[in-house]
Design a protein around this ligand. Structure first.
Ligand SMILES: Nc1nc2c(c(=O)[nH]1)N[C@H]1C(S)=C(S)[C@@H](COP(=O)(O)OP(=O)(O)OC[C@H]3O[C@@H](n4cnc5c(N)ncnc54)[C@H](O)[C@@H]3O)O[C@H]1N2
Ligand code: MOO
Length: 397
């Protein structure tokens, strides 16, 4: 019955409120830190830039020496990387972008605005303090530059390098166990017998976990029996911080995951009001969180994106996991409404409107490959041409 389904927003909140002990901490080389998660606030130990420097190739002088008629003799040349001498009164320094400003100078004029004369340089126009990048313009000493729980991006690596850092303290990578279930499934590379299909969720989950910066502890497959399911889960419990499974969570006699979870631990939620992805199950086995994703490949993908991603981020020590979305107008109508929140795989066309992929079956993965993201249609909501709905680009996941 639909009334048994947990509303989407409630299921999301449940995932966000999960309490978990973060992994151990380690210090690693910065060049290995992409995608890792900081385990403390990082505080700048110096200023960037360390001193005032020139933003332009040009000339530096003291503004109080300047008038539109004044010709400044050049008293020194300051390329980037060299320490300048204090500026001699009434003179200018030839200076280049990134070079430190000589003590006493307070204004830089770019060379295109300078007029060379026999006795020096004339500056018809000047503005005090122009073209100087002050010490600490980018980073102030003592400032928190990266907060605890941040996933390290290439920009963070640049920022830490600008402070001269070569190491960073992070949480150890989360170890995620994967279980796929189903008698009909065989690994790619074999020949299919009648009734069989290839296991696509195992490799897809593995790739999603790797892409997120976590480690796959082990990827196991279990036949549709309570014994095989339990034994595989026990093996994964030995080596994993979190376990994700696919399939075997619906209501059929061949679906054993939920029953085994009830035996081994505590089931917190089962079945949510989303399409695709309804029979999601969340449990804790001892201290190990377990998320059972539905087996239809698009249901696996959608529930990974919305629920597993959150669970894994929390367990890995990451804070502030954002879903990037923006409103996009639908390029089609659908008067029929459903009782679940729906995640249509859509593309944004050159007219700026969102169009649903024609193949929205939860068994079909092609839609996700040929689309750009999800259009979130809330439960009981018709789709009207020109009305806006939240669009979540896949690139945001
Ligand atoms: N009587 C009902 N039947 C079903 C319901 C329901 O409410 N009542 N819900 C349907 C919905 S919605 C979904 S989603 C599926 C989910 O079922 P399970 O999670 O138990 O998944 P399975 O039955 O094991 O498999 C479903 C489907 O996906 C294929 N599959 C499974 N694992 C993989 C894999 N690793 N790689 C590729 N494909 C996989 C499997 O062959 C099935 O075709 O239940 C509906 N049924
Ligand atoms: O939830 Mo199922 O994923 O609708 O097919």
């Amino acid at each position: 019955m639909m009334s048994e389904l947990l509303p989407f927003e409630e299921a999301l909140a449940a995932m966000e409120n999960i309490q978990s002990t973060p992994p151990n901490e380690e210090q690693i080389e910065l060049n290995k830190a992409l995608g890792r998660i900081t385990c403390n606030d990082i505080i700048a130990t110096s200023f960037v830039p360390p001193d005032d420097n020139s933003a332009m190739d040009g000339y530096a002088f003291r503004f109080c020496d300047w008038s539109p008629e004044k010709v400044f003799p050049i008293s020194q040349r300051v390329p980037a990387g060299q320490a300048p001498a204090p500026l001699e009164e009434g003179t200018c320094a030839r200076i280049f972008t990134g070079a430190n400003i000589p003590k006493g100078a307070d204004t830089v004029i770019m060379q295109e605005e300078a007029q060379p004369q026999e006795a020096g340089i004339l500056f018809p126009h000047a503005k005090a303090n122009s073209n100087i990048r002050p010490q600490g313009q980018d980073i102030k000493k003592g400032q928190v530059i990266i907060h605890k729980g941040t996933k390290i991006t290439p920009m963070h690596i640049g920022l830490l390098s600008s402070l001269g850092q070569t190491k960073v303290s992070v949480f150890c990578p989360l170890k995620v166990g994967i279980l796929t279930t189903g008698d009909e499934l065989i690994p790619a590379g074999n020949t299919l017998a009648e009734g069989q299909i290839f296991n696509s969720n195992g490799p897809m989950l593995s790739a999603l976990i790797t892409q997120a910066g976590y480690q796959v502890s082990q990827c196991l497959h279990a036949k549709d029996s309570p014994q095989a399911t339990e034994s595989a889960i026990q093996t994964l419990l030995e080596c994993s911080d979190v376990i994700l499974s696919s399939g075997g969570v619906s209501v059929g006699e061949e679906d054993h995951v939920k029953t085994v979870l009830e035996k081994l631990g505590k089931v917190h939620l089962w079945k949510i009001a989303i399409k695709p992805g309804k029979p999601l199950v969340h449990a804790t086995l001892g201290n190990t969180p377990f998320l059972g994703l539905p087996g239809n490949p698009s249901s696996t993908l959608v529930t990974y994106h919305w629920f597993a991603r959150r669970l894994l981020a929390r367990c890995a020590g990451q804070e502030n996991l954002f879903d990037i979305s923006y409103p996009v107008d639908a390029g089609f109508n659908r008067s029929k409404t459903i009782k679940r929140d729906e995640f249509l795989r859509v593309s944004i066309s050159s007219d700026g409107l969102a169009y649903a992929h024609p193949q929205q079956s939860s068994g079909a993965l092609i839609a996700a490959c040929e689309s750009q993201g999800y259009l979130h249609i809330k439960a009981h909501t018709p789709i009207e041409y020109g009305c806006s709905y939240a669009f979540y680009p896949f690139s945001g996941f």
